[in-house]
Ligand binder design. Structure first.
Ligand code: SF4
Length: 213
């Protein structure tokens, strides 16, 4: 990245981290996947029970492979040939996990997390249950405020996720949200996480590159 762009990006990241801290959420910045793994090694202890939310960011950043190393009791929802019942059981066990790792659809400069969920398991575990929640977010997820977060969801995250999941929804035809009533709608719960009651339960690790949608 150009050094001036890098300077500007870091200024913005610092503001996000400062505001996350005000909201009782720990914020960190890492340059790349190597530093991300170092940070995960720091916050996760061996043999911890770890679960993950649905996220392209975790695949792109190598976190899923990292969790499959055998160091952790990984509740692997992506393991091949799991039945729907087995996946649902993982969703339920997640509430008792030591750590839950996921991404966010948007992260505001005021230190808020904004997410839309179809099933609800992802946002539910972010709000309550696992002892620790670790959010990994590329810099592409940073937006000015909640209005911009909502715009990002309608114009980018939701339509692209619907396309990835092969959903038969209007957004997969036109590329933006049409607030559908279709059977395949992936947008059910709209959640703003503005503050964490237990200081430090949620940690946000911002990675200095684009990750996920
Ligand atoms: S509400 Fe419907 S059209 Fe809008 S993003 Fe969600 S699935 Fe797509």
């Amino acid at each position: 990245m150009d050094k001036n762009l890098l300077w500007h990006m870091k200024k913005k990241v610092n503001k996000v981290i400062e505001n996350l801290n005000k909201n009782n959420i720990d914020g960190f910045y890492v340059e790349n996947e190597k530093e991300l793994k170092d940070k995960l090694n720091e916050v996760l202890k061996d043999n911890m029970t770890v679960s993950v939310g649905g996220s392209m960011t975790l695949f792109e950043s190598g976190v899923i492979d990292f969790l499959r190393s055998g160091k952790y009791n990984f509740l692997d929802r992506y393991k091949e040939n799991l039945s729907i019942k087995e996946i649902e059981n993982i969703y339920k066990k997640t509430f008792f996990a030591d750590a839950y790792i996921t991404s966010t659809n948007a992260l505001t400069e005021q230190g808020e997390l904004y997410n839309i969920d179809g099933n609800g398991n992802r946002v539910a575990a972010m709000i309550y249950g696992p002892d620790q929640v670790i959010i990994i977010a590329g810099i592409n997820k940073i937006v000015k405020d909640i209005n911009e977060a909502k715009k990002r969801l309608r114009e980018i995250a939701a339509p692209i996720n619907a396309k990835r999941l092969n959903k038969n929804t209007p957004c997969t035809k036109v590329g933006y949200c049409m607030d559908c009533s279709s059977e395949d709608r992936i947008c059910s719960s709209y959640v703003v996480l503005r503050r964490q009651r237990n200081k430090g339960r949620i940690k946000v690790i911002i990675v200095g590159k684009d990750l996920g949608y």
